[in-house]
Design a protein around this ligand. Structure first.
Ligand code: AVJ
Length: 325
């Protein structure tokens, strides 16, 4: 048997400690304190996120999976003859397996994730189970441009897979510029298969980000542990509490960490103070409407060519074609 295991990265673009320090400093010294949500995903954070995906209250993962399962043959048709599949924020790659198992035209799979260990474990497993597909893991932060040129290696169209409504982490403006970068990368013939969480009853949304077991709270607080581990800043995790709520104007969930008392930490020799009741905003999770997303896609150079929703219209999987330049 021919076992090809990518025990190392195809490309390593992971942010170094200096750039992490810089972006954390910028977020924590601004008027309204924020932290980039990419720092959720250290090894423990990636595990906690996997647990979130199994929660009763967290409907997006299973809803998206069921949409993908139900529409596999239509998706296969859209993806076409021979493709390189590039996945942003691949994590454990559970949804991808469905595609890799059922779309024989996939020649190469490029998982991109910021969490190196998680990425390598998932890439190894996938490569073991799919001997005929080249697996090329890239460790990196896709909120910046990633320069991938696979067109000389593969005679294939590029298609990006961006499931989980992870696009929702970006502000609407940044989402459009992100989509534009994806559009540039996949080229005139390229495509994008994307999952989008839809606007729905507030109580359903609220429960998904405030689960009874408190896993989402642990996930949120873990960002401070990650900063302690990497930047030695000495956050006391007992001094902060998880908050998540829906903003009906922006149509997004906001996650925050609420400071339970006046306290301070040290960041690279400089103290940073937190007042009692002050919050650090850690994540946005924008919810979409079919019509407004179509407009965003168009601005980024994509045309929505197929839409698959679940019966309750909780979640939408869409296939977008590049509008040729
Ligand atoms: C991975 C960004 C799609 O926004 O729902 C889950 C992350 N945060 N629970 C989301 C998350 C809290 C998730 N995304």
């Amino acid at each position: 048997m021919n076992v090809e295991a990518p025990s190392s990265l195809y490309l390593d673009l992971s942010p170094d400690t200096d750039s992490m320090m810089e972006s954390v400093r910028e977020g924590l010294t601004s008027d309204k304190k924020t932290l980039p949500s990419k720092y959720f995903y250290d090894a423990r954070g990636s595990q906690l996120f996997d647990k979130i995906c199994e929660l009763e209250e967290y409907y997006p993962t299973r809803t998206e999976l069921s949409i993908l399962k139900k529409n596999l043959s239509a998706i296969r048709t859209r993806l076409g003859e021979s493709i390189v599949l590039i996945e942003y924020g691949s994590g454990s790659s559970t949804k991808t397996r469905l595609l890799l198992d059922n779309v024989p035209s996939i020649q190469a799979y490029v998982p991109i994730d910021i969490s190196r260990e998680h990425l390598l474990i998932a890439a190894d497993a996938i490569s073991r189970d799919h001997g005929h597909i080249d697996v090329l893991p890239v460790c990196g932060d896709y909120s910046h441009a990633i320069d991938l040129d696979l067109s000389t290696t593969y005679q294939a169209r590029s298609c990006v897979f961006f499931p989980g409504s992870t696009l929702g982490n970006f502000s609407r403006e940044h989402a459009i510029s992100f989509l534009r970068r994806v559009r540039d990368m996949v080229g005139n013939e390229g495509g994008l298969l994307i999952g989008l969480d839809l606007v729905k009853d507030v109580s359903v949304l609220h429960a998904a980000y405030n689960d009874a077991e408190g896993i989402t709270a642990q996930f949120n607080l873990n960002i401070l542990q990650h900063l302690n581990d990497r930047l030695s800043c000495g956050f006391d995790l007992r001094g902060f509490e998880h908050r998540a709520f829906f903003d009906p104007v922006e149509e997004r969930i906001e996650m925050h960490l609420l400071s339970l008392r006046d306290q301070s930490i040290m960041l690279d020799g400089e103290p940073i103070h937190f007042l009692e009741g002050e919050t650090i905003q850690t994540e946005y999770s924008h919810k979409y409407r079919i019509s407004s997303f179509k407009e965003m896609a168009k601005q980024a150079g994509f045309e929505v060519s197929a839409i698959w929703n679940d019966d309750q219209d909780y979640f939408s999987v869409q296939y977008l074609n590049a509008i040729p330049a």
